[in-house]
Design a protein around this ligand. Structure first.
Ligand SMILES: [Zn+2]
Length: 294
């Protein structure tokens, strides 16, 4: 593949010649070097790689699989024989790459999505006194995850008073989360899309504002089948099965979302990263292997 000079000020960036090669020790690959005939800048195939200057390229793919299979960050570091900090640094990197691929995939589906389901999944940051809401949109026909948005919400129920006493006022950013979710999915949906959701009072406004020609169907929330498995419903037919089952899959496969676990999210940004990686793995691996996931 012909490369261009990476120097943006170069007058003729195409005037490059091959200039030897080197063996990259980390993955035993031979990398071609180039030299610009105009400005003399030397570069190689590796200069343009996303993993440029990474020292542990080999763990990228196995790490992605482990993180989407219920393994914690620390345990994946032990299993892969790398330092805990390497895994910490790889998480945002894998998320950026997954996000780019997820966007590309969604663009290909543009206008072909006619039925979606939306819901919110509650998780926490450090403590139950600091809850987070994950707004999720799922394609009902293909079961694809279209988008996930994390936003902080104040503690509710009996914990609300204790939370205010301990941590003070906590801003409700759920509206921002829903805005981001709708901004992300609206361009790829068919205008006459059918939106299904529970009776959450905030959804109707967003559906009318972003999808004026859509049909919005709401269903009463049903009781969970077993304690701790609120996503799987105790009814013969669950009209929101696609989104509920996807949430159950998220809880089972993303370690920090499991209920009553040692692992929690310390930084909501990292939860976003983890979920972005999971969307990629779910849409491209789990869904493509079988017609029904898991
Ligand atoms: Zn140049």
């Amino acid at each position: 593949m012909k490369r261009k000079c990476p120097d943006t000020n170069c007058a003729f960036p195409e005037m490059v010649i091959k200039d030897g090669c080197f063996r990259r020790k980390e993955d035993s690959k031979t990398i071609q070097r180039f030299r610009c005939k105009i400005c003399g800048r030397r570069f190689s195939h590796a200069t343009f790689s996303e993993a440029y200057r990474h020292k542990r390229r080999r763990v990228n793919t196995p790490l992605l699989r482990l993180l989407c299979s219920g393994v914690s960050l620390r345990r994946s570091a032990i299993l892969l024989g790398v330092h805990r900090k390497t895994v910490e640094r790889k998480l945002p990197f894998l998320a950026r790459r997954s996000s780019r691929l997820n966007q590309k995939y969604l663009q290909r589906m543009k206008g072909r999505i006619h039925n979606i389901q939306i819901d919110d999944l509650i998780t926490k940051e450090n403590s139950k006194l600091k809850p987070l809401s994950v707004s999720i949109a799922v394609d009902e026909d293909r079961r694809m995850i279209l988008a996930l948005e994390v936003s902080q919400i104040p503690a509710f129920g009996t914990l609300a008073t204790i939370a205010r006493k301990k941590y003070g006022h906590r801003e409700d950013e759920h509206l921002h989360g829903l805005t981001r979710l709708f901004q992300k999915v609206t361009p790829i949906l068919s205008p006459e899309v059918v939106v299904k959701s529970d009776e959450h009072q905030r959804y109707p406004w967003y559906v009318t504002a972003y999808l004026p020609r859509a049909k919005h169907l709401t269903f009463k929330s049903e009781r969970g089948s077993i304690a701790g498995q609120g996503e799987l419903k105790k009814v013969a037919f669950d009209p929101l099965f696609a989104v509920n089952h996807t949430c159950a899959i998220l809880r089972a496969n993303v370690n920090r979302l499991i209920r009553k676990t040692w692992c929690t999210t310390k930084d909501p940004k990292r939860l976003e990263d983890h979920l972005e990686i999971f969307i990629f793995f779910y849409n491209h691996r789990l869904l493509k292997k079988r017609s029904t996931p898991l």
